[in-house]
Structure formats: structure tokens, C-alpha cells
Design a protein around this ligand. Structure first.
Ligand code: APR
Length: 232
């Protein structure tokens, strides 16, 4: 089986009703990124940040994977698929993808405020635990914080992502403006003989000399077209 590696961003979930970042003027669901997506913002107002992610979790219960997520899930019959996503939602998993690397963390997980990247403290929430309260504690006795990679924090999953990209026969960039590193740098690890596709309804500025097959469509239509083009 050929190896198909996907790098997805916020546009992947747009047709499910989750807003992208840079199409909405640098705000994340009405909040400045500095307030809700940095360690400094969390230190300043943990209650606000906790509430913000509770709302994002609540939204997971109201959205569904779109056809793009589902087609990607179905492609596992024909390809060894690795999904590398910058998204913190769980729509790839719910769309049938079984190997998903979340570079920027996961809404459904929480961790220690003091030692957030220690695997001993990372915990998956059951849906009835989605509403985290101030006073809910991690195993080390500190306040539970969202397991989200905030700006300025390390991206520990990048190593695993690089290894997958290095084995790609087909590499697909979908729904990301390629503005954020190290995710955007993964393109540099695509093997010379691999094919590269980009699915996005808008032009994306990519700094590369590699040939890129552009599918200028949204995630659902674009994935359908990709599936036809790469049929083994
Ligand atoms: N289908 C596919 N792509 C779409 C769609 C759609 N229906 N609608 C919009 N897009 C594209 C946009 O054209 C844009 O190129 O999705 C991309 C979204 O880009 P961003 O909003 O910048 O999101 P992303 O690249 O995922 O951001 C990366 O930045 O804020 C941080 O950590 C956050 O993970 C996020 C990271």
C-alpha cells in the first residue's frame, strides 16, 4: 500500500461549521489569540481561558465530520494514511481516520498546569467531563488546563510527524494557510519522488520549488477530486 500523508488545518473543518483562524481577522471565535491561546493569557485569567475551551468542547457535540473527513477515512482501504492535523477538534477521528497526529493538541484532553507535556498528566475527558471547573485538578494537584499547544510552546509531536512525511508517496496539504511553524516546514521533508497536492478554495502562498498540484476547491469537493486522481 502506498503511503498517503495529509497535513490539515482549520479549513478542513470549515464545512462542518468550525471557523478558520485567519479568515476571521486574527480572532479565535471572537477572542484575541493572545488572550486564549498563550501561556501568558492563561496565567492572567485561567477562568476565562477554561471557559473558552469548555465552549469549544461543547461545540464538538454540535458539529459533524464533513464529506472531506469521511472520504479521507474511506481512503484507508486503499492507502496507508497518516493525518497530521493542526486542528484541535476530533472530526478526523469521527470521520474514520485511525492514525491522526494532533500537532496543536486536542480539545478532548486536559493536562497539568505546571507540567503540561508530561504524558503522566495528559488525560482524555469523557463527554460528561467536558465542562472543566476551576478547582478540578490534574494528577499532580495543579489546576487542569486544556491540552492545547499555545503560541510560544513546544510542538513535541513534530518529530513523529516528520517521520511520517519522510515516508510519504503522496503528500496532501488541505485547509491550512501554511503560516504557522513548525507545521508549515513539514513540506521540506517530503521525498523528492512523492506527489504533492494542495486543496484550498483560496490561493495559498507556499515557499517551495517543488511542483504542487492545486485543487482549488473546498474540503469536501476537493477530497472527492483527490480520491479520483490518486486511485491506485
Ligand atoms: N475547505 C478547505 N479549505 C478552506 C475552506 C474550505 N471549505 N475554507 C477556508 N479554507 C482555507 C483558507 O483559504 C485558508 O487557507 O483554510 C485555510 C485556513 O487557514 P488558517 O485560518 O490560517 O488556519 P490554519 O492554517 O489551520 O492555522 C494554523 O494557527 O491560529 C493557529 O494554532 C492555530 O492550528 C492553528 C494554526
Amino acid at each position: 500500500m502506498k503511503s498517503l500523508v495529509i497535513l490539515s488545518g482549520a479549513g478542513m473543518s470549515a464545512e462542518s461549521g468550525i471557523k478558520t483562524f485567519r479568515d476571521t481577522g486574527g480572532l479565535w471565535e471572537e477572542y484575541p489569540v493572545e488572550q486564549v491561546a498563550t501561556p501568558e493569557g492563561y496565567a492572567k485569567d485561567p477562568a476565562l481561558v477554561t471557559r473558552f475551551y469548555n465552549e469549544r468542547r461543547e461545540q464538538l457535540n454540535t458539529v459533524k465530520p464533513n464529506r472531506g473527513h469521511e472520504i479521507l477515512g474511506e481512503l484507508e482501504k486503499e492507502f496507508k494514511v497518516t493525518v497530521i492535523t493542526q486542528n484541535v477538534d476530533n472530526l478526523h477521528e469521527r470521520g474514520g481516520s485511525t492514525h491522526v497526529i494532533h500537532l496543536h493538541g486536542e480539545l478532548t484532553k486536559v493536562t497539568s498546569s505546571r507540567d503540561p507535556y508530561n504524558p503522566a498528566y495528559i488525560k482524555e475527558l469523557r463527554p460528561d467531563e467536558y465542562d472543566v471547573k476551576i478547582g478540578d485538578l490534574a494528577a499532580d494537584g495543579t489546576q487542569l488546563r486544556p491540552f492545547i499547544v499555545w503560541f510560544g510552546e513546544p510542538v513535541p509531536k513534530i518529530e513523529e510527524a516528520i517521520k511520517a512525511v519522510e515516508k510519504a508517496d503522496i503528500f496532501v496539504i488541505i485547509g491550512t494557510s501554511m503560516n504557522v511553524y513548525p507545521a508549515a516546514g513539514l513540506l521540506n521533508y517530503v521525498p523528492r519522488n512523492a506527489q504533492i497536492y494542495l486543496i484550498d478554495p483560496h490561493p495559498v502562498a507556499i515557499n517551495t520549488t517543488r511542483h504542487i498540484n492545486v485543487i482549488a476547491k473546498g474540503a469536501s469537493e476537493g477530497m472527492a477530486e483527490l480520491a479520483k486522481l490518486i486511485q491506485p
